[in-house]
Design a protein around this ligand. Structure first.
Ligand code: PEP
Ligand code: MN
Length: 342
């Protein structure tokens, strides 16, 4: 249920609505736009009689949310949302490029890769310290040591960083170092992990980047985001990264779900990033996919780049060389700005 308040609503009336929701054992979440206040009711709404709410002055209308996900829906928050990570703003009218290696491999590799991202105008760093690998024999990441190198690279360049949390027992240590948490495609359906991350970040509101599972519907994806929002953290960034279809393996790693960008943006005000690297699986496809994503309305990219892609221990075939990363950043930021101007 969504309660829309009148334009000139008084704070005391907002409080009355919140109190009434609390009295029947439900929780509320408030969305404040420039001139619109909306209160979302979370829980079994049959416990709350609409009459009890309607009589409060300042209440404009009550609507049932038609979607299974509520807090992340456009109905609840009609305006575009943005998420701040230090000086970086994702969503709400800017194009953000997060770049860096698939995995942190050594201090030098991370620092060299970070300096390249910085020098080319990238906004944030990426790098996996804990890697979810398909084969147990593949490089699993450097763990906490990797987080330390990420932090050093971040301090050296001034770029904040995102890194993946692969399990509940990694949340605390990753939060100690990172500026933004990543939930990978494989874990989009790990509901206990989503709840725990939502809970752990509900106080400091550390942003969470959630990737779409490779066989998840958009509704399942948005419901996964709802798990985080329900625990009290609305600083969520969605990331499309390609899905499994019959056309996966020979020519492309996944099928780029670029067409879902405008669909997602219609359903939710959350920022939407695109990951061309895991969609393509091949370096030569990263620039065209990135440009297509900008055209489709993405708020930014999560892209793999490396100081020496040929020596990468993980996903080297899809990691950009310096020159290609430069082209990607310049072209995408230019096209984004041109599109904003029309
Ligand atoms: C990654 O971004 O490093 C990653 C493992 O991606 P995904 O979860 O999309 O496979
Ligand atoms: Mn990767």
């Amino acid at each position: 249920m969504i309660i829309r308040m009148k334009k000139d609503v008084r704070e005391e009336d907002i409080k009355k609505v919140e109190d009434r929701i609390k009295e029947v054992g439900l929780t509320s979440s408030i969305s404040r736009g420039a001139n619109l206040v909306i209160i979302g009711v979370i829980g079994d709404i049959t416990l709350l009689s609409p009459d009890l709410i309607e009589e409060i002055p300042g209440v404009d209308s009550i609507m049932r949310v038609s979607r299974p996900y509520k807090l992340v829906s456009r109905e609840f928050c009609p305006t575009d949302r943005s998420v701040r990570i230090g000086d970086v703003k994702i969503g709400g009218g800017s194009f953000t490029v997060i770049a860096g290696p698939c995995a942190v491999e050594s201090k030098d590799q991370m620092i060299d890769s970070a300096k390249i991202v910085k020098s080319l105008g990238g906004d944030m760093l990426r790098g996996g310290a804990f890697k979810p690998r398909t084969s147990p024999y593949d490089f699993q990441g450097l763990g906490e040591e990797g987080l330390k190198y990420l932090k050093e690279a971040s301090l050296e360049t001034g770029l904040p960083f995102v890194t993946e949390v692969t399990g509940e027992n990694k949340i605390d240590v990753v939060m100690e170092y990172a500026d933004m948490l990543q939930i990978g495609a494989r874990n989009m359906r790990s509901y206990d992990l989503l709840k725990k991350i939502g809970e752990a970040t509900s106080v400091n509101k550390m942003p969470v980047l959630l990737k779409r599972g490779d066989n998840a519907t958009l509704e399942e994806f948005l419901n996964a985001a709802e798990y985080l929002a329900k625990e009290g953290n609305e600083n969520i960034i969605l990331c499309l990264r390609g899905i499994r279809t019959f056309e996966c393996g020979k020519f492309v790693r996944n099928t780029a779900d670029i067409g879902m960008i405008p669909v997602l943006k219609k359903e939710t005000g959350l920022p939407v990033l695109f990951d061309p690297s895991h969609s393509a699986g091949k370096r030569h496809l990263v620039i065209p996919y990135s440009l297509a994503a900008v055209g489709a309305g993405a708020d930014g990219l999560l892209v793999e780049s490396h100081c020496d892609p040929e020596s990468a221990r993980c996903d080297g075939q899809q990691s950009l060389f310096e020159e290609e990363l430069g082209k990607t950043i310049n072209l995408c930021k230019k096209v984004y700005a041109d599109l904003q101007a029309v």
